[in-house]
Write a protein that binds this ligand. Structure first.
Ligand SMILES: [Zn+2]
Length: 57
């Protein structure tokens, strides 16, 4: 499967066994995305930067 990076439009390779909440990095711009939802044949990604801020130290 593949998903499109919403930042640069690059193709992000998505493993077939991907799970919701998994982090994928765009190979073109390096941005991290979290798998927000998985439906048949469609993957929703959201930028993971907001998550990092919650990690604290
Ligand atoms: Zn990208």
């Amino acid at each position: 499967m593949e998903a499109e990076c919403e930042m640069c439009g690059g193709n992000i390779a998505v493993p077939e066994d991907v799970i919701q909440g998994e982090i994928l990095a765009c190979p073109d711009c390096g941005l991290d995305f979290e798998i927000q939802s998985l439906t048949s044949g469609h993957i929703s990604l959201r930028p993971a930067e907001a998550i990092k801020e919650d990690w604290g130290e």
